[in-house]
Design a protein. Sequence first.
Length: 223
Amino acid sequence: MNPKINTLIFDLGGVLIDWQPAYVFLKEFRGDSAKMDEFLNTVCAWEWNLNQDAGYPLEKATHERIALFPEYERLIKMYYGRWEEMLGLAHKDTLAILEFLKFQKKYRLLALTNWSHETFPIALNKFPWLKWFEGIVVSGEEGLRKPDPEIYKRLLDRYSIEAQESLFIDDNLENIQGAKGLGIAALHFKGAPKLAQELMDLGIALPQTLVTQINHPLSSLDL
């Protein structure tokens, strides 16, 4: 084990939790993925959603979007009105890694997530394993989001973490670069099998039974 790493910091959406607007909108567009993608790339675009992750009120954001695209009012209201339906299951294999690390008790486990403070309580209720983390820093509660350096600094300061003793895991390359800019070691998440290998390469031991399990295609579980 690398003696300097004593804290692992996980992103949530995309790493541990599946979240897809398509779960709602593909049905609304009658299976036409091209039309759905056009809507999600222009009307309820990703950058628009990220603004709410930084704490912008959902109701206000919805009304402002309707003013810009009145012809899509019904669909725009669905984005946050049916947000819980976009929240999928836990990524089973990544969760298995987290569970092993939790009960091994060799590392501090924290989470740093871009997430609206208005919808995050839904996730806390749906996924009781979120309580495994010593702490979770939620962008919407802080009023800023990754990759802003300040949000990483807040996590480090709040939990008395030394940057050089921590490892950050995120599926967004910009967020990875933001962490590295502060001296935090970081892994760009591209699936549980790759993550398991990278952790072992860093000296973070995982049991062979777990490694074998996550190197085979497995479905998500409602955990």
